[in-house]
Design a protein around this ligand. Structure first.
Ligand SMILES: Nc1ncnc2c1ncn2[C@@H]1O[C@H](COP(=O)(O)OP(=O)(O)OP(=O)(O)O)[C@@H](O)[C@H]1O
Ligand SMILES: [Mg+2]
Length: 272
């Protein structure tokens, strides 16, 4: 994987969030990815060559630990974000891929697809989240760790194929709870305080034990695998130096791409 080109690709998606790519000619098929996350719902739209065309992201608590818990609320948000993009592009969005935390099966997995269908998308694929992240990064070997609001997901890649996946319910939400407890803030206040870059130096030492717990989850799962590189994605990894904690705990070089929060939604759309 070439981190520089992966970063440029992710940056090109960040640049079209809430906008339309200026070079988009308005023609050709569009591929969408819908990421129903614990903290954020995101739609990414790509052209047939996987170039980002547009996108929307919205903070919402309609999913818990990666599983849909407010079905009608989720549908309403996906519909709203889809309508915004359609209006902007002057085009209907037709197909989309969705994603689930690794190991999600049966009705829980079906529910994610149903939300996307209920928002009038044809669902082309339901992939697991770290696998989507790996696709956006162009990673073919190693381990991709996706730490979002609710869960820590890990996917091991061999020759571009997923060899194993794992998921545990520890995510950025747990960091927010620590911040809320420390400062006596409400959850929402603590969330805003935590993600404000101005507070990162003060907040990171507080939530470091949670980051170490996440790193331990990764190390335990990787014990039985030979992995040369770990890729860190997901919003909770956004803290400066988080990747160093994983690297130290696992003894494996760990790289974090730009906008870790956007890697998974972008990768999901590549399956759309
Ligand atoms: N700059 C930041 N610093 C620290 N944490 C951040 C930052 N930006 C976002 N986060 C955290 O990242 C989490 C959201 O990440 P992401 O959007 O990847 O999760 P999600 O996909 O909604 O959740 P999941 O995949 O677990 O269901 C939230 O807990 C949020 O507080
Ligand atoms: Mg996620």
């Amino acid at each position: 994987m070439d981190l520089t080109s992966a970063n440029a690709y992710i940056e090109s998606f960040a640049a079209v969030l809430g906008k339309t790519a200026p070079e988009w000619e308005g023609r050709g098929k569009l591929k969408c990815g819908v990421d129903l996350g614990t903290a954020n719902i995101c739609i990414a739209v790509l052209d047939e060559n996987d170039k980002p065309v547009s996108g929307e992201i919205f903070g919402a608590q309609v999913v818990r630990d990666g599983l849909v818990y407010d079905y009608s609320g989720s549908v309403a948000i996906v519909r709203k974000l889809k309508a915004r993009i359609e209006e902007r592009l002057g085009r209907r969005l037709e197909t989309a891929a969705a994603a689930i935390p690794p190991g999600t099966v049966g009705r829980d997995a079906e529910c994610v697809a149903n939300v996307v269908r209920a928002a009038d998308f044809d669902v082309t694929a339901v992939v697991d989240e770290p696998t989507a992240a790996a696709r956006a990064l162009g990673a073919k070997e190693g381990a991709v760790v996706d730490i979002g609001g609710g869960t820590t997901g890990i996917s091991i890649l061999r020759n571009g194929k997923v060899a194993a996946v794992h998921d545990e319910p520890t995510g950025g939400t747990h960091m927010t709870l620590v911040v809320a407890g420390h400062y006596g803030m409400s959850f929402d206040e603590a969330e805003r305080y935590k993600v404000d870059p101005a507070n990162a130096r003060e907040v990171f030492p507080l939530v470091k034990p949670v980051a170490e717990k996440m790193a331990t989850i990764v190390r335990r799962f990787l014990e039985n695998w030979s992995v040369e590189t770990i890729y860190a994605a997901g919003g909770a990894c956004a803290f400066d130096g988080f990747e160093k904690i994983i690297e130290r705990e696992c003894g494996i070089p760990t790289v974090k791409p730009a906008h870790s929060l956007l890697v998974t939604p972008l990768g999901i759309a590549m399956f759309g």
